[in-house]
Design a protein around this ligand. Structure first.
Ligand code: A2P
Length: 272
């Protein structure tokens, strides 16, 4: 079996675990979910200021007593703060809520007007050592091209919706060419992809869950996964991805399921 790495090196040599616990929509169950995740070996947590749960994430981290250097914590800059030119203030607020003195990865959440200026402030915070890696989220190829033209540091990460139903391979390929690691949000299509017969057939054959098949497919494509769950059994399942592999034929079947159908907003047409 071809060994898959549990860590990926970003373009500034920072190292990031390839599976994170996502906490979008985890609401009041966030602290519990993050605690389960940390207990079961997750070391990468993906949150955002707009999720309203940075404090809960911070509490779970503190309670875990895990060394800060062993953790990889991502948060994101919200659209209103970008529009108001409040990048530095918003970042400090996130740090305070998380009870941290640095974050491992800070992302522009959506490519709203003013994103390039916000990114330049993030470059400063990065140089000050308050952020170990900087990046973007929900950028399609043309958003990245515009950003690269006006800024100095190539983003280390682009976090996009990517799952069997929405495979934006143009953006994926552009990121590969520029050494930008792609992370998949809603890797399970918020659960919708779990009902696909072709994936269930592969899961049955492999004696794995449908979620595991989808997550392993993404890892084999070199994409970092951020599955969200608040249930301990599923949280365990979603990181248990390294003892099996998909064949080339199975990868081809998964690749063929694209419907260009998003479960979340379209980065070219959102109104928030
Ligand atoms: P829950 O939090 O109740 O476990 P995505 O990460 O694509 O947004 O998908 C998240 C959705 O999929 C949530 O509704 C989550 O529910 C569910 N989910 C997460 N992991 C699994 C799993 N291993 N099996 C079934 N459903 C899952």
């Amino acid at each position: 079996m071809k060994e898959l790495k549990r860590l990926v090196q970003l373009n500034n040599n920072t190292v990031m675990p390839t599976v994170a616990i996502g906490v979008w929509q985890s609401r009041h169950e966030t602290e519990k979910a993050v605690t389960y995740a940390l207990n079961h070996g997750y070391r990468h947590i993906d949150t955002a200021s707009v999720y309203g749960n940075e404090e809960a994430v911070g509490k779970a981290i503190k309670k875990s007593n895990i060394k800060r250097e062993s953790l990889f914590i991502t948060t994101k800059l919200w659209n209103e703060d970008i529009r108001k030119g409040k990048t530095r203030e918003a970042f400090e607020d996130s740090l305070k809520k998380l009870q941290l003195d640095y974050v491992d990865l800070f992302l522009i959440h959506w490519p709203v007007e003013g994103n390039e200026d916000a990114y330049l402030v993030m470059e400063e915070l990065y140089k000050e050592g308050k952020i170990k890696a900087i990046g973007v989220s929900n950028y399609r190829k043309h958003h990245l091209e515009a950003l690269l033209e006006k800024t100095n540091i190539v983003p280390m990460v682009n976090q996009i919706e990517y799952n069997p139903f929405i495979q934006d391979d143009e953006t994926l390929e552009f990121c590969r060419q520029h050494h930008i690691v792609v992370e998949a949000w809603s890797p399970l299509g918020s659960g919708a992809c779990l009902a696909v017969q072709e994936i269930q057939d592969i899961a049955q054959e492999k004696r794995k869950s449908t979620a595991q098949i989808i997550l392993r497919w993404l890892l084999q494509k070199g994409i970092v996964v951020l599955p969200k769950s608040v249930h301990e059994r599923r949280i365990i399942e979603n990181i248990n991805l390294f003892q099996f592999e998909l064949s080339d034929d199975e990868m081809t079947i998964m690749n063929s399921l694209n419907r260009n159908q998003r479960t979340g907003p379209n980065p070219d047409r959102f109104d928030f």
